[in-house]
Ligand binder design. Structure first.
Ligand code: NAD
Length: 457
């Protein structure tokens, strides 16, 4: 892979403020809320995120003939913490938010997973995302368990100092269950490197300076080079692995990207460097198509300068609807926006050969079957979007050693891990076993083995 896109800036639709916190357009990642604005194509998904994750777990567990008692341990979380986060906002009133940290399974190492700030955060959503992290860390074989956290606050509507108060209040209440050898949060939707810096600082007040207590930190505070681009870059490594098998050559490959945020924009820019043509993109404000290919670097600059994607101009670019985006002729479709956006009523629209899941739980089980029947090869979220947690692992390792790797080393090591995961999962695939089932099988087996070997079960 070429490594030209080496800066750690965030290619996002979100305009950044000087302080780096950024105003947020708060994309809604809850499957039931997914893409609710335009008719049947974009109606809410038929299942919640938790139902989707449980469905895929059960399918793999059935094939593994996992005993009911072990299944019960693997399905439920080890620890669930819910705290009250009261904060006086600029309106002079005290607002009470709920904060969550769910530690799903720690058999393979310290818990690891992001912190989401979004009004839709609730215990079930956090449970689902925590379980996904357990399988994801096991599939890419980094020594972590799975966790997730969040606060049901509207991050996009809060001032910087309000966000800081909420973050510090939350950290001071959950720090007892966190730490570099216990549980290491990272950014997720509605949080970023600045929020991680506040979390680290708050943790340090009682535990001393401990950079390894969170990952996704700013470079100035022992963050890792390559973390920002890691998830998008991981998707590109997946493309490179799958392409020969599907007879795809980068220069003949047309790509459509749904969601041009951190993950989608990095994937788009890196795939363009490889020679692919990005013929469609979308974000929360609309969708664009160009048969000639969209200059996604220029689009990224346009968005960073505060423009909207719908104002972007270029050769052959035309605005299209969310439905038309899904109908575009292409070889690769990358969902990188919301959960549940490919569902029973729109999966049939896709015309690609390959789906690489950048978002978490973008495909409902019904949609997954439709894609399978259409012969579309799906690289599942639990493997495809693991690049972020892999480089979080590298950040943690660097922090524990107080040592820093350069970006090329990070990217090369990421490539090694993503390739290995792809090949190990592919070895288990057959006509009856698609990559999603194979990936869950690999993950579940590793977690069960660790839990049994250490005597937890
Ligand atoms: P982000 O907020 O940077 O980007 C999300 C993008 O989706 C934005 O461009 C937004 O405008 C767009 N969007 C929102 N609603 C949309 C809609 N209805 N149609 C089309 N686009 C829409 O978030 P991100 O960090 O890029 O995360 C994207 C997805 O990837 C999420 O599901 C997240 O959980 C998952 N993920 C992210 C990482 C990571 O490292 N950032 C890692 C693993 C998984």
């Amino acid at each position: 892979m070429t490594d030209e896109a080496t800066t750690d800036e965030k290619p996002t639709t979100t305009p950044q403020t000087d302080d780096g916190v950024g105003e947020r357009d708060a994309p809604d990642k809850s499957p039931r809320q997914a893409n609710q604005d335009d008719g049947e194509v974009t109606r809410p998904a038929e299942l919640s995120n938790l139902e989707i994750v449980h469905h895929y777990f059960d399918r793999a567990a059935d094939r593994l003939e996992l005993a009911d008692d072990i299944r019960a341990v693997m399905l439920s979380a080890y620890r669930e913490v819910q705290v009250q986060v009261p904060v006086k906002l600029a309106d002079g009133r005290i607002h009470v938010y709920s904060g969550y940290r769910v530690q799903h399974n720690g058999a393979r190492g310290p818990y690891k997973g992001g912190i989401r700030f979004h009004p839709d955060v609730d215990l079930d959503e956090v449970r689902a995302l925590a379980a996904l992290m357990t399988w994801k860390t096991a599939i890419v074989n980094v020594p972590f368990g799975g966790a997730k956290g969040g606060i049901n606050c509207p991050a996009d509507k809060l001032e910087r100092d309000e966000l800081q108060k909420i973050t510090r209040s939350f950290m001071s209440k959950i720090d007892k269950v966190l730490g570099p050898t216990r549980d290491i949060p990272a950014p997720d939707v509605g949080t970023n490197a600045q929020v991680m810096a506040w979390m680290m600082d708050e943790y340090g007040k009682t535990h001393g300076h401990t950079p390894a207590c969170v990952t996704g930190k700013p470079i100035a505070l022992e963050g890792s080079y390559g973390r920002e681009s890691a998830t998008g870059r991981g998707l590109v490594y997946m493309f490179r692995e799958a392409a020969p098998q599907l007879g795809l050559k980068a220069e003949d490959t047309r790509v459509v990207i749904q969601g041009f945020g951190n993950v989608g924009a990095w994937a788009a820019r890196l795939l363009r460097q490889l020679g692919c043509r990005i013929v469609g993109i979308s974000d929360a404000t609309g969708s664009l198509a160009s048969e000639a290919g969209i200059d996604v670097d220029a689009l990224h600059e346009h968005l960073r300068a505060g423009g909207r994607s719908t104002d972007f101009e270029g050769e052959g670019i035309e605005p299209i609807s969310a439905r038309e985006l899904m109908e575009l002729e292409c070889e690769v479709f990358i969902p990188a926006a919301l959960g549940g956006m490919i569902h029973a009523d729109n999966a049939d629209l896709l015309k690609c050969k390959l789906v690489i899941e950048g978002a978490n739980s973008p495909t409902t089980p019904n949609a997954d079957e439709i894609l399978n029947d259409k012969g579309i090869f799906v690289i599942p979220d639990v493997m495809a979007n693991a690049g972020g947690v892999v480089v979080s692992y590298f950040e943690w390792v660097q922090n524990l050693q107080h040592f820093r790797w350069d970006e090329r080393e990070v990217n090369d090591k990421l490539g090694g891990i993503m390739r290995r995961a792809y090949r190990q999962v592919k070895e288990r695939c057959s006509d009856d076993v698609p990559p999603r089932v194979a990936a869950y099988e690999v993950g579940i087996e590793r977690v069960v083995e660790a839990a049994q070997t250490r005597g937890y079960i």
